[in-house]
Ligand binder design. Structure first.
Ligand code: AN7
Length: 352
């Protein structure tokens, strides 16, 4: 097999991208699908559970799949600057791919609500970072308007090429399993990713007859417009990545979930943090809080007796790496034990 060259090289023939597209890649994608046996047992056992570990993408989240497509199209068309609103991961990804393409990245983030690793990433990759006194939703509206008025390319998931690129995760899962899973669980924020997965699965099923999964989309209880059925003006959740009250692709997400025979549900911040801990402690996979939401939703539905997974194959998408948001963990444990540098003291701690 030839050397891996990123998602556009691998799956470009299945993506609707214009001919002027000029590939800009950081060799994103090709992420592991990890069997998580101990966690499956913990959730009652009797089924196959896999984590699609998207935190292992070049900038630490799934956004890189869509960003390679959006930036490749933008640079091919002669764009000079790109802009996005972001809860953090899109900002870091846009900044990295823009840097690689020689474009100017501008990112708007909700003031004080972006995790440390994401903000640091956006700055490190050279983005102009602007904090907005408001929510992600306010920032998104601003970047949509400015990109309509000025020659700045919008790279939020309203950009159709983002969705095209993100379909590749569905292709990878099917290629690895030889079929679609029975269920796919994933967090839902602005709803681009669930839309992309559904488009990807449908396309692959049409081409190869590999079946379709049911989708379990999961929002945070304090930011659950798709569960409540109306926008949320002041979304709040510890999972800042999905602290979104007016999802741009909300209608499509609801339609995808329904068409698939699945649904969109909400879980509490406590359920999210519990799952984040369990996944790390039982499997050695540390993801950011929002990324644990899909699995938290699965646990929630199994416990409530609403989801019979016996004999089934379930894939949970873990969208971002734990390193993105270290403060969540250090905030929970405080400072570790301190001892003087003497082995007797260490023995005392370990064996008494
Ligand atoms: C880790 O970066 O919206 O439903 O601006 O960072 O496609 O929005 C991030 C979203 C899930 C939700 N998990 O995906 C942004 C942003 C993580 C995320 C989501 C996000 P969508």
């Amino acid at each position: 097999m030839s050397e891996y060259q990123g998602v556009l090289h691998r799956y470009g023939h299945l993506l609707h991208l214009p001919p002027h597209t000029r590939p800009v890649t950081l060799l994103e994608g090709n992420t592991p699908l990890i069997p998580v046996l101990r966690l499956a047992e913990h959730l009652g056992g009797g089924f196959e559970l896999y984590v699609k570990y998207e935190g292992l993408n070049p900038t630490g989240s799934f956004k890189d799949r869509g960003m390679t497509a959006a930036i490749s199209e933008a640079v091919g068309r002669g764009a000079r600057a790109v802009i996005c609103a972001s809860t953090g991961n899109t900002a870091a990804s846009a900044a990295a791919y823009a840097a690689r393409a020689g474009l100017r990245p501008i990112v708007l983030i909700p003031q004080g609500k972006v995790a440390a690793g994401k903000l640091a990433g956006a700055v490190a990759y050279g983005a102009l970072v602007i904090q907005v006194e408001g929510s992600f939703d306010d920032a998104l509206q601003m970047v949509v308007e400015i990109s309509e008025k000025h020659p700045i390319c919008l790279v939020n998931s309203l950009n159709p090429y983002r969705i095209e690129g993100q379909k590749t995760a569905a292709f990878e899962i099917c290629d690895r399993l030889g079929a679609a899973p029975d269920w796919l669980c994933l967090p839902v924020g602005n709803a681009g990713n669930i839309t992309a997965y559904w488009a990807g699965f449908r396309q692959y099923d049409f081409l190869r007859g590999i079946g379709l999964p049911r989708l379990l989309g999961v929002q945070a209880a304090g930011a659950a417009p798709l569960v409540l059925g109306h926008p949320v003006d002041h979304p709040e959740t510890i999972a800042t990545a999905i602290r979104i009250g007016r999802p741009a692709r909300g209608e499509q997400a609801l339609q995808a979930a329904e068409e698939s025979g699945g649904r969109i549900i909400a879980v509490t911040d406590e359920e999210i943090l519990t799952m984040q801990r369990q996944l790390a402690a039982l499997e050695g996979i540390w993801v950011e809080p929002a990324s644990a939401a899909g699995l938290a939703g699965l646990a929630h539905e199994i416990a409530a007796g609403r989801l019979n997974v016996r004999g089934r194959r379930v894939v949970a998408v873990c969208t971002g790496h734990g390193l993105k948001d270290p403060d969540i963990i250090t905030g929970q444990i405080g400072s570790p034990l301190v001892i003087s540098p003497r082995v007797e003291i260490l023995e005392g701690v370990l064996f008494q």
